[in-house]
Design a protein around this ligand. Structure first.
Ligand SMILES: Cc1cc2nc3c(=O)[nH]c(=O)nc-3n(C[C@H](O)[C@H](O)[C@H](O)COP(=O)(O)OP(=O)(O)OC[C@H]3O[C@@H](n4cnc5c(N)ncnc54)[C@H](O)[C@@H]3O)c2cc1C
Ligand SMILES: *[C@@H]1O[C@H](CO)[C@@H](O)[C@H](O)[C@H]1NC(C)=O
Ligand SMILES: *[C@@H]1O[C@H](CO)[C@@H](O)[C@H](O)[C@H]1NC(C)=O
Ligand SMILES: *[C@@H]1O[C@H](CO)[C@@H](O)[C@H](O)[C@H]1NC(C)=O
Ligand SMILES: *[C@@H]1O[C@H](CO)[C@@H](O)[C@H](O)[C@H]1NC(C)=O
Ligand SMILES: CC(=O)N[C@H]1CO[C@H](CO)[C@@H](O)[C@@H]1O
Length: 335
């Protein structure tokens, strides 16, 4: 039976719609004051005005959509931010935080846009996006086996920069190359070398964060508790991460990767069953993940297949010996 809304419920609904209209309207009124506040708190040699995209800017939609990875959150009914501040300098981040606080405006912090729930660019209250994708410098220091990486740099860019400087160093970050280190590392960060080196967050030596007062803090200034929290607790709960000092890890100059796919007829279930017991016990330099996907079977029928993709910190002959020892049934499975 359908429930008929009572007059109280209708009144409540109307009131909440009105309230939300009022709150968006007052927020838009505050927006101008907020925008005028920004230059006062940022370095004048880096004009912050050039980083502001209000909804009137012709590039607003383009800038907004460029980093939305979950298209479900780019539909017209999803509330849009009043403005995007695409910071080009650390002082732009400081100014955005200080002015948003002064004018009681909500900000979301955006690096690579891979948030599964769109938390970095969607909000139910009027808001402004603080976009740090332009802050993406990477300074590799091979001698000290460390590197300063800004929050907007992606995992792929980091891998590339390290490889340019050294063939025997790496960093344990994501499988996906387009996640940004801002969200990735503050949420943990897992990838193909995690069995050997742990999470990205386990390999951080220092960080720079803008706190609620707009002050830049490094590890020493923020203290060990906050430094602990931003390595897994989600950065946006605590401040804006500007950069991480990461520890480079030593890897062989040549590594081996593979991707083997089996259909059900080819014994995918047997291999998957065995994988559960074998994969966690393999030497730490070996990583095999299993993903199942829908494939086109015979006569356009949907079928299931399983892919085993692996990463081995060594060369192919060592890997083959290892696989022969640990997967005695892999020969039957590959028939
Ligand atoms: C296709 C895809 C593949 C993925 N693959 C992997 C993977 O291989 N390994 C893995 O570990 N994870 C993976 N993830 C998860 C991903 O790492 C997390 O969603 C991560 O938070 C994304 O970071 P981002 O900066 O790209 O996203 P964003 O959406 O920009 O940010 C994610 C969250 O972090 C906050 N945040 C972002 N930047 C900052 C900052 N500078 N300071 C403070 N807070 C900030 C945001 O406010 C938001 O809450 C994947 C996600 C997707 C969509
Ligand atoms: C590496 O770091 C050390 C110590 O901070 C510094 O003296 C050196 O100049 C750095 N090298 C590069 C190439 O940045
Ligand atoms: C921010 O500044 C206020 C006022 O000076 C102070 O009371 C507060 O402790 C500061 N907060 C942080 C997190 O530093
Ligand atoms: C492995 O191969 C399958 C089938 O071609 C493909 O769908 C999957 O994306 C591949 N995985 C990797 C990690 O390359
Ligand atoms: C692995 O087993 C196959 C099949 O028995 C064999 O041909 C191959 O030489 C073995 N490889 C190694 C490195 O032991
Ligand atoms: C970043 C950017 O292009 N901002 C522009 C938005 O629109 C105003 C008004 O036209 C310009 O002054 C800004 O340069």
């Amino acid at each position: 039976m359908m429930k008929v809304p009572t007059s109280k419920a209708i009144l409540f609904f109307v009131l909440s719609v009105l309230l939300s209209l009022v709150s968006w309207a007052t927020a838009y009124a505050d927006l101008n004051d907020f925008l005028q506040c920004l230059p006062k708190f940022s370095e004048s040699s880096y004009p912050i005005i050039e980083t502001i995209y209000t909804q009137k800017n012709t590039s607003f939609q383009y800038v907004l959509n460029a980093y939305i990875k979950n298209r479900r959150y780019s539909t017209p009914t999803i509330p849009k931010s009043m403005a995007i501040i695409a910071a080009m300098h650390e002082s732009h981040v400081q100014a955005t935080v200080v002015c948003a606080k002064q004018h009681a405006l909500h900000i979301t912090i955006w690096s690579g846009g891979h948030d599964y729930e769109g938390l970095s660019y969607v909000s139910s209250v009027p808001f402004i996006i603080l976009d740090v994708f332009n802050l993406r410098s990477i300074e590799i220091n091979v001698t000290y086996e460390s590197s300063w990486v800004q929050a907007g740099a992606t995992a792929g860019e980091l891998y590339y920069k390290i490889a340019e400087k050294s063939k025997v160093h790496g960093f344990p970050a994501g499988v996906c190359p387009t996640v940004a280190t801002g969200g990735l590392i503050s949420g943990g960060g897992y990838g193909p070398t995690m069995r050997k080196f742990g999470l990205s967050a386990d390999n951080i030596e220092d960080a720079k964060l803008v706190n609620v007062n707009g002050t830049i803090l490094d590890r020493n200034a923020m203290g060990e508790d906050l430094f602990w929290a931003i390595r897994g607790g989600g950065g946006a709960s605590f401040g804006v991460i500007l950069s991480w000092k990461i520890k480079l890890v030593r890897v062989p100059a040549k590594v081996t990767v593979f991707n083997v796919t089996r259909s059900i007829e080819q014994g995918a279930l047997d291999v998957l069953y065995r994988w559960q017991y074998v994969a966690p016990k393999l030497p730490k330099n070996t990583y095999i993940r299993a993903t199942s996907q829908v494939s086109n079977g015979e006569g356009k029928k949907k079928a299931v297949e399983v892919s085993f993709s692996g990463h081995f910190l060594g060369q192919i002959y060592e890997l083959l010996r290892l696989i022969n020892e640990s997967f005695p049934s892999s020969k039957t499975a590959s028939k």
